[in-house]
Design a protein around this ligand. Structure first.
Ligand code: PGA
Length: 248
C-alpha cells in the first residue's frame, strides 16, 4: 500500500520572515503520520524553515537544483547544499521551469540522477499543454517525458521517487482536470514505469496529481487508484492546505 504524499509548492512566494509565519500557521494543522507532507519552499527559505520544522513530521523540499556536483554555475544550488540543510525532496522539471528557464527532459534526467545520488527524493513533474490535449497527443507526450526523465535510473531508485502529473492548462488556472482525466494519465504513467522498470517498481512509485488542487476537489482526486496525493501550488499558501492534507 503506497502512502499518500501531499506537497506544497510555494513557488516564488514568501520571504524568510513570511515563510516562518506560514509554517507557524500550518504546522500543527498538517503534522500527521498518515500522509507524507512536504513544504517545497524557495531556496532562501530553506534554512529558517528547516529549523522551524524540527520536531514535526513535515518534510522539507526544494523547488530546483543544479545537476552538477559543484563549480562555476553562478546562481545555482547543488544537491549537496540542499542535503546539508535538511532537504529531503526536490521538485524537478516543473512546467514553469521548462517554460521559462529552458529545462528539458535531458536536464531533468541529469538532475534526477544527481538528486538520487545525494539521497534526495525527486518529485519529477510532467504534463501536457492544452494544445497537446486537444490534438490527442497527451499520452504520447507524457510517456516520452517519463522515459526520458528516468533514462538510466535504476529501478530501485525509481521505486523511491515521486512523479507529479501536472497538466499545464490546469496549473494556477482554477481549472482542475476531472478525476477521470487525472486518473487516466496517472495510470498511464504507472504503466510506462512498469514497462521500463518492471511491475514491482510501478507498484511502488508514488504519482501525484497537480493543477488547481483545492480543499474541495482533493478528496475525489486522491481517492483514485493511481493518484497517491497532490502537488499543490496556490492552496498550499493558505489554511486550506489543511483540508487537502486531510484527504491524503
Ligand atoms: P496550482 O499549482 O495548485 O496553483 O495550480 C500547482 C503546481 O504548479 O505545482
Amino acid at each position: 500500500m503506497r502512502k499518500k504524499i501531499v506537497a506544497g509548492n510555494w513557488k516564488m512566494n514568501k520571504t524568510p520572515k513570511e515563510a516562518l509565519e506560514l509554517v507557524e500557521l500550518l504546522k500543527e494543522k498538517v503534522d500527521t503520520d498518515t500522509v507524507d507532507v512536504v513544504f517545497c519552499v524557495p531556496a532562501i527559505d530553506i534554512i529558517p524553515v528547516a529549523e522551524a520544522l524540527k520536531g514535526t513530521k513535515i518534510a522539507l523540499g526544494a523547488q530546483n537544483m543544479h545537476f552538477e556536483e559543484s563549480g562555476a554555475y553562478t546562481g545555482e544550488i547543488s544537491a549537496a547544499m540542499l542535503k546539508e540543510c535538511g532537504v529531503q525532496y526536490v521538485v524537478l522539471g516543473h512546467s514553469e521551469r521548462r517554460e521559462y528557464f529552458g529545462e528539458t527532459d535531458e536536464t531533468v534526467n541529469k538532475k534526477v540522477k544527481k538528486a538520487l545520488e545525494h539521497g534526495l527524493t525527486p518529485i519529477m513533474c510532467c504534463g501536457e499543454t492544452l494544445q497537446q490535449r486537444e490534438e490527442g497527443v497527451t499520452m504520447e507526450h507524457i510517456r516520452t517525458q517519463i522515459k526520458r526523465g528516468l533514462l538510466g535510473v535504476a529501478a530501485d531508485d525509481v521505486a523511491k521517487m515521486v512523479i507529479a502529473y501536472e497538466p499545464i492548462w490546469a496549473i494556477g488556472t482554477g481549472k482542475t482536470a476531472t478525476d477521470e482525466q487525472a486518473e487516466e494519465v496517472c495510470a498511464a504513467i504507472r504503466q510506462v514505469v512498469g514497462e521500463v522498470f518492471g511491475a514491482e517498481t510501478a507498484e511502488q512509485v508514488r504519482i501525484q496529481y497537480g493543477g488547481s488542487v483545492n480543499g474541495k476537489n482533493a478528496a475525489s482526486l486522491f481517492a483514485k487508484a493511481d493518484i497517491d496525493g497532490g502537488l499543490v501550488g496556490g492552496a498550499s499558501l493558505k489554511t486550506e492546505f489543511e483540508q487537502i492534507v486531510k484527504f491524503g
